[in-house]
Design a protein around this ligand. Structure first.
Ligand SMILES: [Zn+2]
Length: 464
């Protein structure tokens, strides 16, 4: 009895499941009555199809007696995506409850709510843990619980997505629990998106349906070359060609791996291509085979935050001048500041009008400085070496400052120089052998885009 009352209380919190149960009941009961009635009143002429005059009632009786197929039972259920998959026969022998994880839920709690004893919860969790860390259960994630098609709703198992292309299936086998990791049937497609910037890069990406993780990857890739504060203007365009993984219902499970991206700014057009070199590392290269990586980042701040905060443009964004020997990046307080290049921290702390100040020495010639910092990440200290792109501080408004922003300086032999025009050592180029492979990658990507009828309009001109 306890089991059932616990079960019902969990079902109450999930009205859609109650609806499913109710729906199943209403479908099942009339069908059963029909089947029983048909058995009781089995008249020979019903089965005798030759008698065409009385054939009117035949189809109804035949339909009612016919056992429902997996497809019919599971129509509309999430597991219908696995039709034809080797787990399909198991899933279609069960009824499903889809539960969306909310805060405070744990894997064990969900099982307890569905009537499992503490030792059963332990065994079930152990079985799953060999394949997937149950602590990875996320708010908003769906867990599908399985119950017998008929009779008491006793827990028979569950399945959930462990990652975009794998699911964990837990089965109750007698008194035991068995778990399997199963590849999700999925389709990988390349997607091309192009967008014109009207308010901000972030809004443009949003409007054209570019997922945030793709936007972040794209901004990171361009951060060596583009000053996202000053260079991205209204009317500029960008495009991105990346991979999506979809389930068999065409639902996008994940977006990843940018193959190509372009940005058309006021006075230049940048195109980058992902290329995996023979040592196994994937990096972005321009069409001529030169790496996008530079010794220093042009935007040493989380570019997404700059690109999303249109209001920040109201703040005076100063460029380099005789009076202002650095450039400013305005972004909300707390926005991550990233080391512009590999180096060693030589100063960290209060420094007059600069407020909280950080200085990184990159080599005998160059250093970079960051001012008006709000605070530093825990554990960072003077003398420490940092990697390019590493989080080194958070944007603030300390010292002589009118609002949250980063004041950024490049120092050449100890003197401030203009970050927008400083000549940095040229980036590495691909070797002749790699160049040959890279050209094939470029040709393939451009063909894939052309096949979708999506040729970067500016590219046509540039390729000549
Ligand atoms: Zn400044």
């Amino acid at each position: 009895m306890t089991r059932i009352s616990v079960y019902l209380s969990s079902a109450k919190r999930n009205p859609s499941f109650m609806k499913k149960l109710g729906l199943g009941f209403f479908l099942f009961v009339p069908a059963a009555i029909f089947a029983v009635a048909a058995l009781l009143h089995q008249e020979p002429e019903v089965a005798d199809i030759k008698d065409t005059s009385s054939s009117v009632s035949i189809p109804v009786v035949v339909e009612a007696q016919r056992p429902k197929t997996c497809e019919e039972r599971q129509a509309g259920q999430p597991s219908a995506s696995f039709r034809g998959h080797n787990i399909w026969s198991y899933l279609c022998q069960h009824k499903e409850e889809t539960y969306t994880v909310s805060s405070g839920d744990t894997f064990a709690k969900l099982l307890t709510q569905r009537g499992l004893s503490s030792s059963q919860v332990h065994d079930a969790s152990q079985a799953v843990r060999r394949l997937w860390d149950t602590r990875d259960l996320k708010v908003g994630q769906d867990v599908h619980f399985l119950y017998p098609l008929e009779g008491k709703p006793v827990f028979r198992g569950l399945y959930l997505l462990a990652d975009p292309t794998h699911l964990v299936l837990l089965k109750r086998v007698g008194q035991d629990f068995v778990a399997d990791l199963i590849s999700v049937p999925s389709i990988t497609t390349m997607v091309y998106k192009e967008s014109r910037i009207t308010t901000s890069l972030f809004d443009a990406a949003n409007q054209s349906g570019v997922p945030t993780n793709i936007l972040i990857e794209m901004i990171r890739a361009f951060s060596y070359d583009v000053d996202f504060q000053r260079e991205v203007k209204e009317g500029n365009t960008f495009s991105v060609f990346y991979e999506t993984v979809q389930d068999t219902n065409k639902k996008v499970l994940s977006s990843r791996n940018i193959a190509y991206a372009s940005m058309r700014l006021n006075d230049r057009f940048l195109r980058i291509y992902a290329h995996k070199t023979k040592d196994g590392t994937t990096s972005f290269y321009f069409r001529d085979g030169s790496s996008t990586r530079k010794a220093l980042l042009k935007t040493p701040v989380d570019g997404v935050r700059i690109s999303s905060s249109f209001g920040m443009r109201m703040h005076p964004i100063l460029g380099y001048s005789k009076m202002h020997k650095g450039i400013d990046f305005a972004a909300p307080r707390g926005t991550p500041i990233r080391a512009a290049g590999n180096g060693r921290i030589v100063y960290m702390g209060r420094f007059g009008a600069y407020g909280n100040y950080l200085k990184i020495k990159h080599n005998d010639t160059f250093a970079t400085a960051y001012a008006h910092i709000h605070n530093f990440p825990k554990g960072l200290r003077v003398g420490q070496t940092v990697k390019q792109g590493q989080l080194v501080a958070f944007i603030g408004s300390t010292g002589r400052s009118t609002g949250p922003h980063l004041h950024y300086e490049i120092l050449k032999n100890g003197m401030q120089v203009n970050p927008q025009s400083v000549k940095l050592p040229t980036s590495e180029k691909l070797s002749a052998v790699e160049m040959k492979r890279f050209r094939q990658v470029v040709a393939k990507v451009e063909m894939q885009m052309a096949a979708q009828g999506k040729v970067d309009t500016a590219q046509l001109v540039q390729n000549r």
